[in-house]
Design a protein around this ligand. Structure first.
Ligand code: ATP
Ligand code: MG
Length: 425
């Protein structure tokens, strides 16, 4: 029972605490089961564990059999056996976007980066929904033929709803199994896992995409050492990566590419006859942000009665309310960036949203935040790191249009239009 449970938990990238929380169990119960404790678990606990682990039918059957004291059948239901020889080169990249709009210069940077004797690493950062994952996955598909030993894709859940960022040791356990290391040979300590990972990758040509990283600490153990591999990291935070890493800050799309993306998602037929200036205005109202453009175009497509002009009129109202469809929402994506901030920069963000509409300088920010320029710069830096603020020129800041709407809605909701308490007294 113990190794089986542990293998499934690590495959799901969960810590013991996270599994316990998901399954509604005490963490001591999870620890005891993984340690192969003597008492048989209750059937209800087994059902909750199976659901929390996302087990399929056959795996559920194995779990209940083992829980009743029967031996675990060898084979695909035994996670320790997953990845045992024969090892096939992993091909984990998710599907590419059907046609990437624009991004030629950025692709050239991601694909062209070289770095002497060490592993080439490119860190792509940018605001929520700007297209970091789309760019990284597209570049990785193009680069794949140069990396015949495999392409690995790890979602690190740096900014995922209801899921904490993946712990590096759990990510390493999964990567090692994917690379053919049997579960029972995976060491317990993080450093040992990272060292084994580097050993396994030494001399192999493997491309690694680390998507949605929370911070530097999370990616560091997942970097191989040799120049035969290549790593592409995406993150909403500005990451510098290791010494030779190339940082690429992804901006919103140029208008022409934004219109091309809108047209492709909405369907050429849906936009036939719409004047070019109206189309350009629609994508500008979407802040030229790919996520917003896709949602707006999908909504037009889903409402045959709407014209492009009608969509534009709707976007002139509460944009963030319009830019939500199904599980995709610009506001929800920005919420995740905001929620990762400490209390002080959150308050600064709400204040800026409530009172600032254009570019502003450091002194104006300090006056608004009721603090010194040194303290204001520290707070603005935190917002810059979280990609909730842009620095257009040294010392000149602005909020992206959609970010400004988001911050101002939060400011109004929190403070109800009253005068705000200064950040520091
Ligand atoms: N250049 C592009 N061409 C076509 N579609 C794009 C482009 N950029 C982004 N998209 C699409 O826009 C949506 C948002 O992009 P993506 O998920 O890559 O953003 P992200 O920056 O990774 O967001 P997050 O910070 O939430 O991870 C996706 O549906 C993606 O396929
Ligand atoms: Mg992403």
């Amino acid at each position: 029972m113990g190794p089986l449970l542990r293998g499934w938990r690590e495959r799901a990238l969960l810590t013991q605490e996270q599994l316990a929380e998901r399954a509604g169990l005490n963490v001591r119960t999870v620890r005891r089961l993984e340690a192969g404790g003597p008492r048989r678990p209750r059937t209800a606990s087994i059902v909750m564990l199976a659901t929390a682990l996302g087990l399929d039918g056959a795996e559920r059957a194995t779990l209940s059999a083992v829980a009743r004291g029967h031996p675990a059948p060898a084979g695909r239901d035994d996670p320790a056996a997953v990845g045992s020889p024969p090892v096939i080169a992993p091909r984990q990249l998710p599907a590419d976007v059907s046609a990437l709009a624009g991004r030629r210069p950025e692709l050239a940077i991601v694909e062209g980066h070289r770095s002497g004797n060490t592993v080439p690493v490119v860190c792509v950062s940018g605001m929520a929904g700007v297209g970091k994952t789309a760019l990284a996955v597209h570049a990785a598909h193009r680069l794949a033929p140069e990396y015949p030993d495999g392409q690995l894709f790890v979602n690190l859940h740096g900014h995922a709803p209801d899921t904490a960022p993946v712990e590096p040791d759990a990510a390493l356990a999964r990567l090692l199994r994917t690379l053919g290391v049997p579960g029972e040979h995976i060491p317990w300590h993080l450093d040992d896992r990272a060292a084994l990972y580097r050993s396994v990758l030494a001399g192999r040509k493997v491309l690694i995409v680390l998507d949605d990283a929370a911070d530097e600490g999370q990616i560091h153990p997942l970097l191989p050492a040799g120049r035969e591999c290549r790593v592409i990291v995406t993150s909403r935070r500005r990451l510098s990566g290791p010494g030779d890493a190339r940082s690429l800050s992804l901006n919103v799309l140029p208008v022409t590419d934004a219109v091309a993306l809108f047209a492709r998602v909405a369907g050429r037929g849906r936009i036939a006859g719409a004047p070019a200036d109206i189309l350009a205005e629609v994508v500008r109202r979407c802040g030229l942000l790919p996520l917003a453009i896709r949602i707006a175009a999908a909504r037009l497509r889903a409402h045959p009665a709407w014209s492009v002009r009608h969509l534009l009129d709707r976007l002139a109202g509460d944009r963030l309310a319009e830019l939500a469809a199904g599980r995709h929402s610009v506001a929800a994506a920005l919420d995740l960036s905001y929620e990762r901030l400490p209390a002080e920069p959150r308050q600064a963000y709400r204040l800026l949203g409530a009172y600032v509409r254009a570019d502003f300088g450091l002194h104006a920010a300090a006056a608004l935040l009721g603090t010194t320029t040194i303290e204001a710069r520290r707070l603005l830096d935190q917002l810059l790191d979280a990609q909730l603020l842009q620095e257009r020129a040294p010392g000149r800041y602005r909020l992206h249009d959609l970010v400004s709407d988001h911050a101002s809605a939060l400011g109004a909701a929190t403070h109800g239009g009253q005068l705000l308490r200064p950040l520091t007294s």
